[in-house]
Design a protein around this ligand. Sequence first.
Ligand code: SAM
Length: 312
Amino acid sequence: MKGPAGMARWIKETFHPDWQPAIRADKVLHEVKTSHQHMVIFENKFWGKVLILDGVFQLTTKDEFVYHEMMAHVPLTALERPRKVLIIGGGDGGVLREVLKHPSVESATLVEIDQEVIDTSVKYYPEIGKRAFKDKRTNVVIADGLKFVAETAEKYDAIIVDSSEPIGPSAVLHAKPFFADCRNALRPGGIIVTQTGLPFHAPQHLKSTTKSLSSLFKAVSPFVCTHPCYFGGEFCINWASDQPEHLRLPLATIERRAKRRGLKTRYWTPALHNASFALPAYIQAIVDKAKPKSKTKSAGKTKAKPATSRQM
Ligand code: SAM
């Protein structure tokens, strides 16, 4: 795709005040201002198809498996039999695809504010979510996630908040009122995970969500992954539950569950599952500052309990 004077067009991420990572657009497939956000979908020889919303890279078909697998398998393998799952955002269908890999899941409700994200995902990168959207366990709701969790009477085993950055329509999905309503929509012992950005560049994002979640849940413990197109170091996903035992499950238990569920993955592994909660010191420092002292000690040091027969 040639820009002015035959120059290649580079699509920049405009979220960070001090730097703008860019990817060359070999072909722009779709560019529109939807009723909620600015969207560009383009093709690049190396990254494949790329989605950018309001100046923030959301996904590429080259590396989407990293984030989508961690967002789904870390909470769901920590649960013995997850049956009802709620996904907020996630209109590309990647998290939904991974959630439906768990045979015990009977219903997966996806609440996306922007129909255009779903339609363009099915059109331009069907390999990500097309089949998942067609699955009979899938229930798609076009709505604001904030309103949905405030009004739902359903109780979920896990809530996965696959939102964009805390800007535009997504800003409300990173604040305490939303997390408080999510807590009410969780069954006892349920787990919530929420994308918390790049702590190296945006420590405030991790600090504020950890503070909010720690004021609502017994256990809060972010985990990290390395997602290539989220330029800038470890990507953090926050994790909360009133059942700290879910953290630090014996490796053998996670291995057994993954095997029994026939999970096929390219990034998530049972060993990586536990390892991803071991945070680099600078990230742990952000988390410890955000948590009330009492929770810092207890949640962090939950020792793995020897496997009981029920966990097998
Ligand atoms: N992985 C990406 C990231 O971390 O930046 C997120 C991907 S996903 C495409 C984000 C989705 O959240 C978008 O489809 C966006 O439309 C949706 N979204 C934003 N605000 C929302 C809201 N208030 N309620 C429901 N969905 C929302």
